[in-house]
Design a protein around this ligand. Structure first.
Ligand SMILES: [Mg+2]
Length: 424
């Protein structure tokens, strides 16, 4: 077996690793119920999704981010072939173009597509543990402590997870396994792409010591410059530096630097188990109505209320259910499931309107209308606020967010869509 770094194994070595005597050590270590945290990071996510969809792009330098002719765009993702030219995420597109003029530049405006893949990914994670913390559109922490009985040792689980993602989404990812989030995130970055890296407790010092300080999540260029002025370049140097001096130099962060350089991190995995299965609103109308335009006016108001609540709680949903109660107290419901989860009142309204056509024929008097959205998932985009799509601005989303802010300040009835009824 080839071991690149102590305690670090690549996927192709993992079979040997699982059968090796090391494994029994690791197993007994995990049997003590020490936390086992996984960090999953998709490889060149946006570029890989594009390549999956357009196979002729596979193996080519692909840069997602926008039009390289435009001044301010930055690279959202670069395929591994593009990285060979030195192209990196966050780099100005103009620089990328200079480094590799023949690269294929994709605008990458279809945020919905990436979100869709991302929510599918989340679904796969939940098949292994309910303790999942999405970290960005293509990264998540999974707390798999105590999952051995179901899935075997952590490395085995990670391998199955990788295979599942490959099979279902056709995408590769890198996984890090460690006793905490900090080290798991580091581990996943050590053997990209398609890596599977384990940092066991007894190897922490050995692995961390020679690494540059910026390898750790949270230590940026600014901190690096100050550290370097103190003669600190590696994590080993930082770990043994007097914490008092660090505190004087960095304030509260000084202590944090000392802890992370020693591989210590106690932050829990914030799982997002859905507390709510559906969200909805219903209203008994001030007087019975029969006219389609009156019905639509109520449906638009309800759509707007439901969508606002979804956005507030950062959910999106796929199934829209309309409930009608007639003046004779007979109730009927109709549902429709759409392809992509949404929190847009226009999409919800469009579906509600369609469902309404079948239920409200203009003869029966309607007494109550209710609208709900179920099949909820987390709104992935709200999790990744710094999505580097400079050019991806959905006008409607901006209108929604302005309306939400107005309502936050001046009340729910302070603004509404033309044509929507009011329930005051
Ligand atoms: Mg990634």
């Amino acid at each position: 077996m080839i071991i690149r770094k102590p305690g670090i194994y690549k996927l192709d070595e993992i079979n040997d690793y699982l059968a090796s005597p090391n494994m029994s050590n690791a197993q007994s270590q995990y049997a003590r119920k020490e936390p086992v945290i996984l960090h999953v990071d998709m490889d060149a996510f946006f570029a890989s999704v594009e390549q999956k969809e357009r196979p002729w792009l596979v193996g080519k330098p692909v840069v997602v981010g926008g039009d390289p002719q435009k001044r301010h765009g930055v690279v959202a993702a670069a395929s591994y072939a593009a990285r060979e030219y030195g192209i990196k995420a966050g780099m100005p597109l103009l620089t990328a173009k200079r480094l590799c003029p023949h690269a294929i530049f994709l605008i990458g405006t279809d945020g919905d597509k990436y979100e869709y893949v991302s929510s599918h990914l989340l679904g796969i994670f939940y098949q292994f543990t309910p303790q999942v913390e999405p970290y960005s559109i293509d990264e998540a922490f999974l707390d798999i402590t105590g999952c051995e009985r179901l899935f075997g040792p952590p490395a085995q689980l990670a391998k199955r997870l990788k295979e599942k993602i490959k099979k279902q989404l056709g995408l590769s990812c890198s996984v890090g396994i460690a006793p905490n989030k900090l080290l798991a995130k580091l581990a996943s970055s050590l053997n990209k792409p398609d890596g599977l890296t384990l940092i066991s407790r007894d190897k922490i010092k050995e692995i961390l010591s020679p690494l540059e300080v910026t390898k750790l999540c949270g230590i940026g260029d600014k901190t690096e410059r100050v550290l370097s002025s103190l003669g600190i370049h590696t994590l080993g140097e930082l770990a043994s530096y007097p914490v008092e001096v660090l505190k004087r130099k960095f304030g509260k962060n000084g202590e944090w630097l000392h802890l992370v350089a020693n591989g210590i991190d106690c932050s829990p995995v914030f799982s997002q188990i859905m507390p709510e299965k559906s969200m909805g609103h219903q209203r008994t109308l001030p007087e019975d109505i029969t006219q389609p335009e009156d019905i639509n006016s109520v449906l638009l108001a309800l759509s707007s209320m439901v969508a606002r609540r979804l956005r507030e709680k950062r959910f999106v949903g796929r199934t829209i259910t309309l409930r009608v109660r007639y003046s004779d107290f007979v109730s009927l419901t109709r549902s429709e499931t759409i392809a992509r989860p949404t929190c847009s009142e226009h999409i919800i309204f469009r579906v509600a309107q369609k469902l309404g056509l079948g239920l409200v024929a203009g003869i029966r008097r309607v007494r109550l209308l209710g609208l709900s959205v179920s099949h909820l998932t987390r709104d992935r985009q709200s999790l990744q606020t710094s999505l580097p799509f400079v050019e991806y601005i959905d006008k409607r989303k901006r209108i929604y967010s302005v309306m939400d802010r107005i309502r936050d300040r001046f009340g729910e009835e302070s603004i509404r869509w033309a044509g929507a009824t009011t329930f005051v």
